[in-house]
Structures are given as C-alpha cells and as structure tokens.
Write a protein of this length. Sequence first.
Length: 137
Amino acid sequence: MSDEVVKPGNEEALSPNQSLSEAIKDKIFNKIYFYILVSFLLVNWQEILILFKSSEDIFYTLSIIFTSQVWFGYMLPPWFAHFGVPILFGTLASALTPYVTYWISRVTAKEFAKIRRADRKADLEVEDEFQDLRRLC
C-alpha cells in the first residue's frame, strides 16, 4: 500500500509532504483558527514583544512574563490567561462575525442602493454625451 493520498475530485496523487502542506494550509486559512491566532497575538502582544526584544536568558525571560493576569477583576492562572482567553475570544469572534456583518449590511444597504442609482444615472448621462459627440463627428 502506498503513502499517497488522493483528495476527492483530484485525480492527482499527493505525496506525504504535499498532503501535510495541504493540511497546514487548511488549518491556517480556516476562519476559526485565524480568529484564534489573531486573538492570541492581540492578547499576548506585550509578552511576545518582550520575548523578541529581551537579551536575557530565555528561561529567565519566560519566568518573568509567564505569570497570572487579572481579567475583569479575576486572577487567571497563567495557562488560561495566555492560551484559554485567546481561544475563547477567537471562538466568540468566529461565531459573532457573521451576525455583525449581517447587521452592518442591513444598516448600510439603503445608502449603497442610493450610490448605485447615482452611479447608474451618471453613467447614462455620460453615455448620452458620447452619443451626441458621435452624431457630430
């Protein structure tokens, strides 16, 4: 039996490296993983900056930044503060984004319709001017 994997709808066989890269791409471009990654970077940006800028020993630097944090008046354990909160925020953002997008489209739909009508009217006026110029030539 070979190690090649065939994707549905794809007659071409993929090597293990290609299938691994496809799996990684699927995870990176999956919306929920993207939201979790962004929330991880936003929640931990100060610690990440300290890690990159510190000239001290890595274990010393990690012991300084890997401490508990206070969120909403509660002391959170380090693992939950640095990993649990971003997962929670990323999941919430992933779940709420479609509703926010729908609400924004409902609020702005009339204004966009007015803009489209004005554009259509301007296009017709320009087309009439072009036809008048063609008649003169």
